[in-house]
Design a protein around this ligand. Structure first.
Ligand code: 13P
Length: 251
């Protein structure tokens, strides 16, 4: 069966020292606790290696927030999937709405990034989600289907290595959470689309996370939905005290 996952996305919020401190706080908070989901933190590139070191011996998995579409070479400022993997990190967020919005990331680029991540043994956490206008004009399902098309270039085997995160852009960092019914509607839509593209087994085995103002107070209701398999958490992942209740929402 598919995994339940609570993943943090620290975005551009932590210095190296703050990142190590946050990772250590989380490791301590989890020590000796039995949790019912996988726990992941995706950190700025600058701290991926140090955080991977800091969480050794814990259940915490580490990831990056992006990777290059290129393998290696003269690409100043880029960080490759193989470099990320060399730190011990196992995950990489791809296609986050902030990358799509501020860096013009599109399907053609994301297909290359997916291939890089998979070729280097990283689990992509692939983000999809509509903006406010697309929700209001009721075109969100076709928007999400269009974003899923990048994943649908993968073989069933490679698709099976990916995690999906549905993040309605209007709910990110705004305090406006999608209602559990709104989120479940999209998660079920995505799962049905996967079943149509591959088959029901692949769809049933895919973890689909919700992201967008998810916190300890709303996580239990969101995670109770049949097609919501966890969360991708921004603001509430920046303190162990606010991240832990989301992890513990998986009873
Ligand atoms: P917030 O939890 O801050 O709304 O961010 C969600 C997100 O973008 C996670 O990737």
């Amino acid at each position: 069966m598919r995994k339940k996952i609570v993943a943090g996305n620290w975005k551009m919020n932590t210095t190296l020292q703050e990142g190590i401190a946050l990772a250590s706080d989380l490791k301590n908070a989890l020590a000796g606790k039995k949790v019912n989901c996988d726990v992941v933190v995706c950190t700025p590139f600058i701290s991926v290696a140090a955080v991977a070191e800091a969480v050794k011996g814990s259940i915490i998995g580490v990831g990056a927030e992006d990777c290059s579409a290129q393998d290696k070479g003269a690409f100043t400022g880029e960080v490759s999937a193989s470099m990320i993997a060399s730190t011990g990190a196992k995950y990489v967020i791809l296609g986050h709405s902030e990358r799509r919005q501020y860096h013009g990331e599109n399907n053609a680029l994301l297909i290359q990034k997916l291939q890089q991540a998979l070729a280097n043994g990283l689990t992509p956490i692939f983000c999809v989600g509509e903006i406010k206008e697309e929700r209001e004009s009721n075109t969100f399902k076709s928007v999400i289907e269009g974003q899923m098309a990048a994943l649908y270039t993968l073989s069933a085997e490679n698709f099976g290595k990916c995690v999906i995160a549905y993040e309605p852009v209007w709910a990110i960092g705004t305090g406006l959470t999608a209602t559990s019914a709104q989120a479940e509607e999209v998660h079920a839509f995505i799962r049905a689309s996967i079943a149509e593209k591959y088959n029901k087994t692949v769809a049933d085995n895919t973890s689909i996370l919700y992201g967008g103002s998810c916190k300890g107070s709303n996580a239990p209701e969101l995670f109770a939905q049949p097609d919501i398999d966890g969360g991708l958490i921004g603001g509430a992942a920046l303190k162990a005290d606010t991240f832990m209740p989301i992890i513990e929402a998986w009873k």
